[in-house]
Design a protein around this ligand. Sequence first.
Ligand SMILES: [Zn+2]
Length: 96
Amino acid sequence: MDPKLIVEKNKEFSVVCCARVAKDCSENGGWCDSEEEAQEWVEDECWIFSGEGWFCIQCNSHYMSNLTQTRRDKGLNSLLPDGWDDNLEVGIDTVR
Ligand SMILES: [Zn+2]
């Protein structure tokens, strides 16, 4: 449980997005008075818990819609198996 999931600044806490792949990544959630509240904040915002950390909704939708195009600087491309780019449905309606 060591990865840094929550940052503290001026005695306020905020959950960090562990993905940071989306251009519009939130990077961290709302600032709250306690770690518990910070976590509730991201739960309310429908962030996704991956097991390693939280993904903001922007990064989650980035993953969902750009599985074949994720060629950011994290080398994710090399992790994708060959033939992965069968036509995935990209028509996910994003709630705005
Ligand atoms: Zn993010």
